[in-house]
Design a protein around this ligand. Structure first.
Ligand SMILES: [Zn+2]
Length: 292
């Protein structure tokens, strides 16, 4: 197998990696996205990054790009990206014209799931659900080593399952989406609503551990809702592994009390599904892009 190139196109940085035939990273570069300079600038910067990496991988025949959002199967254009200038644009086509090689663009949570299923915490499992929990909540599904993104490119989007029809309004238009309840900003908002104080998620977790009543209440609700949402996806898919990524995946309670909560809500008398912390950390997105 030849060397591969993967690109992680994020809102603040664009990272590129060259993997050798064993899947090891042999080169890595990072440049700022500078999204305020617009779409053409992002295409040109990404192209320049690929040009540099191709010197180390001349045999590379196509480029994998992971980014928030998805390609609309109706229009072929980007949608749902938080780098707003990408939306409505033909990102794969424009990159392909700039680079001169076929380009595959995939959702970054899907890239995370692919990397963890292939060489990370889900290695060896046939069906892996990769969960992203951070400023947003997303996910991806890998079956037999291949990404299952679905005919509408929405597979794995558990962040926009409603688990409370009376919950807060989400930017997607629904109420009580998982993302609007258990993302970092959502939990911070719940704490602020109770106390009038704006603190980081880490601080809320620390205060909950110290027994502060408001933090405890918010944190217990976070754990319970995590359990309910994960139980829903386990009941539907019964994956062989669930791998957690994103900033909130560093909270150890998710793997203990969070798992117990999932066991309470799953449609089974036991919960055998492993819920594991990711192995690749922040690199999962770019590694998964190289595997596309
Ligand atoms: Zn939503």
């Amino acid at each position: 197998m030849a060397r591969r190139i993967g690109i992680d196109l994020g809102g603040t940085k664009i990272e590129g990696v060259v993997l050798d035939d064993a899947g090891e990273s042999v080169a890595r570069r990072r440049v700022p996205t500078d999204q305020q300079r617009g779409y053409d600038h992002i295409v040109e910067t990404t192209g320049g990054l690929v040009d540099a990496l191709r010197e180390l991988a001349p045999e590379c025949a196509r480029i994998g790009v992971g980014t928030p959002g998805a390609i609309s199967s109706r229009t072929g254009l980007m949608k749902n990206s938080n780098t707003l200038c990408l939306n409505g644009r033909d990102l794969p086509g424009d990159l392909q014209r700039r680079i001169g090689l076929p380009v595959v663009v995939e959702n970054d949570a899907n890239c995370f799931a692919l990397a963890e299923a292939t060489s990370g915490a889900g290695r060896g499992a046939r069906v892996v659900f990769g969960v992203i929990m951070g400023t947003g909540v997303g996910g991806g599904l890998v079956v037999d080593g291949k990404l299952w993104s679905g005919p509408q490119h929405i597979a794995g989007e558990w962040g926009h399952h409603s688990i409370d029809p009376h919950g807060p309004t989400c930017y997607c238009g629904q109420r009580g989406c998982v993302e609007s309840l258990i993302s970092g900003p959502a939990v911070q908002r719940q704490y602020r609503d109770r106390t009038g104080i704006e603190v980081t998620m880490d601080e809320i977790v620390a205060r909950a551990r110290a027994g502060e009543p408001a933090a405890r209440e918010v944190f217990d609700a976070f754990i319970d809702r995590f359990g309910r949402a994960v139980a829903n996806l386990i009941t539907i898919l019964d994956p062989e592994a669930v791998v957690l990524g994103g900033g909130l995946s560093n909270i150890p309670e998710l793997y203990a009390q969070g798992r117990d909560a999932a066991a309470r809500y799953v449609f089974n008398d036991e919960l055998r599904t492993p819920i594991r912390r990711n192995v690749h950390g922040d690199s999962a997105g770019v590694l998964g892009a190289a595997l596309l």
